[in-house]
Design a binder for this molecule. Structure first.
Ligand code: CMC
Length: 435
């Protein structure tokens, strides 16, 4: 057998076939099993895609056992410490960090694209005041497809770039508009003179004094820095559920705005991006540190559906490097704002007790990125039902980068998994009067 192949033997027929192994730059090598059905007449069964590499990608690398996350090769810790969110967005899209001129141009382009069509803005009038902001986000982002369909040849690099920058620019505007609608305040237009994060905070809180140092002029740079950090940490995470959804939708050649709306829908679930909102709701439900053991017992009970939200990850089985950074930032943000948030104390107590518990140790369940992010968002005055929207703003850069990468390939096969059919075998129709 060649060194770089995997030998598969059918124990019934004795037939053996070698499947080629491909080395990855980092991480596990992959076996190309596309010939399996041809050779053996069987499919591979992998619900949840636990061991299936669905594509080749050069964007993000995760080593779940060692708690490593790299964007285009750069460790997340270095990017989080030194970069602006737009620098990271550029890196994800283009593959290299921008120089000064490139970054200035990119910032201008994103700011220029952040304005939304007045007709799109009016879509918000159709939503009830208490609509969940994620519901509005899915709807309004999907509706961008109705505005931008003419210059939408997905194989044309100029069209693709336009679409990528539009999505990044408009997401924060649409997100802030969904919040303004929910509180019955007028929409705030984006400003060209503000950075991406400042602009978002301004569109959210204009004139409401949560974020201003100097009346309503000077946005607190400390809060901008914290938001910038959260956006960087959430920007991409390789083939997660929402990114895979964007890729699957994109593989059909669908309008990219509709593909991103599909990603937003997938992100919303509590097992994915909805976890940050679920964590705060869970902490509120736990109430005090005295109740922590009771809830840990519930999480361990196989007959109880309760899970510790913000704990566990499909890939990270040691620690989530993003959670480590966020935990430290939590301390900084809360001590800076001199807020003694009881939620943070409760979260620390829950973390401490869970990490000592054999159930969590054996299953390698650690706090993930969402365990602490909500506490920072809360300190930034972001309402709980906007938490997943915040995740979506940041992750749009990753979704767009993956969609872009996929469209750059000469040919993209339509995503079309097979199944293990367990329904009735063939049977004949029986007329209704005989049933
Ligand atoms: N609380 C209690 N038990 C858990 C938890 C949890 N949060 N997570 C996993 N387990 C248990 C699970 O019951 C199972 O136990 P057993 O082996 O006895 O059946 C074992 O650990 C393995 O769990 P799994 O569901 O097979 O693991 P998975 O890789 O399919 O799920 C997960 C990963 C993130 C969906 C899951 O850990 C979870 O539901 N966590 C809570 C939700 C959450 O915080 N999601 C945010 C993920 S990070 C943000 C993002 O990237 O989207």
């Amino acid at each position: 057998m060649a060194n770089d192949a995997l030998l598969i033997k059918h124990t019934g027929t004795g037939k053996e076939v070698e499947y080629p192994l491909t080395k990855a730059v980092l991480g596990a090598e992959t076996v190309d099993m596309r010939g399996l059905y041809r050779d053996f007449g069987c499919f591979s069964y992998d619900p949840g895609y636990m061991i299936t590499a669905s594509c080749k990608s050069a964007i993000t690398y995760i080593d779940g056992d060692r708690g490593i996350l790299l964007y285009r090769g750069y460790p997340i810790e270095q990017l989080a410490e030194h970069c602006d969110f737009m620098e990271v967005a550029y890196l994800l899209l283009k593959g290299e960090l921008p120089n000064k001129d490139q970054l200035r141009e990119f910032n201008l382009e994103i700011a220029d694209r952040s304005i939304i069509h007045e007709a799109l803005r009016k879509f918000f009038d159709g939503f009830h005041y208490d609509a969940h902001p994620m519901a509005m986000l899915v709807g309004v982002v999907g509706s961008l497809a109705a505005f931008y369909h003419r210059e939408m040849d997905v194989k044309n690099p100029e069209h693709r770039w336009l679409c990528a920058t539009r999505l990044i620019g408009k997401l924060s505007t649409i997100a802030a508009a969904s919040y303004r609608h929910s509180i019955g305040r007028p929409f705030v237009y984006p400003r060209m003179d503000l950075s991406y994060c400042e602009n978002f905070l301004n569109m959210m809180f204009s004139r409401s004094a949560q974020i201003y140092i100097d009346q309503d002029h000077y946005i607190d740079p400390f809060l901008v820095k914290a938001l910038n950090l959260l956006f960087i940490l959430h920007a991409d995470h390789e083939q997660n559920a929402s990114t895979s959804t964007v890729r699957l939708a994109g593989s059909t050649g669908a309008n990219p705005y509709a593909c991103i709306a599909a990603g937003i829908a997938a992100l919303w679930g509590p097992a994915h991006g909805g976890a940050n909102e679920a964590v705060l709701n869970m902490l509120a439900q736990i109430g005090t540190a005295a109740n922590v053991p009771k809830f840990i017992a519930k999480a361990k009970d196989p007959n109880d559906t309760f899970r510790l939200m913000g704990f566990g990850h499909r890939v990270y089985k040691n620690f989530d490097p993003r959670a480590t950074i966020i935990r430290k930032t939590c301390y900084e943000v809360l001590s800076r704002s001199q807020t003694n948030d009881p939620m943070f104390e409760l979260a620390l107590s829950l973390e401490e007790q869970a990490l000592k518990d054999p159930y969590f140790i054996e299953r390698k369940l650690y706090p993930n990125v969402d365990f602490y992010s909500g506490i920072i968002y809360k300190a930034l005055s972001i309402p709980v039902d906007m938490f997943t929207v915040m995740f979506a703003i940041a992750r749009t850069t990753g979704w767009v980068a993956h969609w872009y990468e996929m469209m750059d390939e000469p040919a993209t096969p339509i995503g079309r998994p097979r199944q293990l059919y367990v329904g009735p075998a063939r049977r004949d129709f029986v007329p209704i009067y005989q049933r």
